[in-house]
Design a protein around this ligand. Sequence first.
Ligand SMILES: [Fe+2]
Length: 104
Amino acid sequence: MALVLPGFAGCGRVRSANDGSFAFDTLVPGGYEEASTRRAPHLHLQISGRFDRLVTQLFLPGRRDNARDPWFRAALDARLLIPTVRADGADRLVLEWTAVLRRG
Ligand SMILES: [Fe+2]
């Protein structure tokens, strides 16, 4: 049986601040099987600007299974899909990642 927090929908939506920054809290994801391959833990993101939209997946830093993930391996530069660890506590992992929408 999966552990689910009360009120956790598995997805959410957040509006950025005027400087483009945004933040959200979520659970650390787990991996899963997909088409006979094992997906490394990742987060799906869709960022919508006034003109541009970015759909991507972010992977957890320091995980060896990232290198076996087919989506991670297909990236032109997979390093861009790994956020930077800003804090790593006993019950909280804080990650930072920068996205640029070319036309906003
Ligand atoms: Fe996924």
